[in-house]
Design a protein around this ligand. Sequence first.
Ligand code: ZN
Length: 228
Amino acid sequence: MSEEGAVVVLSGGQDSTTCLFWAKQKFPGEIEAITFDYGQRHRIELESAGRVASIAKVPHKTLPINTFNTLGGNALTGDIDVSSELDSESGLPNTFVPGRNLIFLTFAAAYAYQRKISNLVTGVAQTDYSGYPDCRQETIESLQRSICLGMEYDIQIHAPLMWLSKKETVEMAHSAGALEAMAYTHTCYNGEQPPCGDCPSCKIRAKGFAEAGIDDPLITRFHGFKNA
Ligand code: ZN
């Protein structure tokens, strides 16, 4: 419980898992993981998050926020298929859940406040992604300022993947010791396990591992090593 600990927002995916292990190396104090049950269609994400936290040996809490599916309109909480086309009006993919990261980080900050922890870690990134506006550096900086003002509390939001390519993120996972946990992460937009290999999320993940020259432990868990 100190300035030197951190709360990591853990979705159970590749990026937040990398961030969790990064935080364990970076901060000397206690690291805690929180996961939001926001009504995601793929409940496997919640199981993945629990598994990852236990491999990382950090305390883990799942907090319910089941309002997003009432709002509707996106493929991750509603009954809509993931589309590879961008919306003609917003220019965003239909996997965009408006406000999601803003809400997550605000709740995470409230949690950190109660625990007297001043660092928050999020896996958002501006590079290589679908252009979600709530993953931008500018959004995160602005949100940090709002939280500090609104809670009169000194919170620092760390987004270590912000400027990394997917290849560099895989390299970070490797050097932070996250690969064992990576075998239990869930990234597939279609909620499939083994992953479908075909959705935008699976493709980005596969490309990152291929470019880093590292076998994806999730894939090897299901299909064995490539050269075995
Ligand atoms: Zn997939």
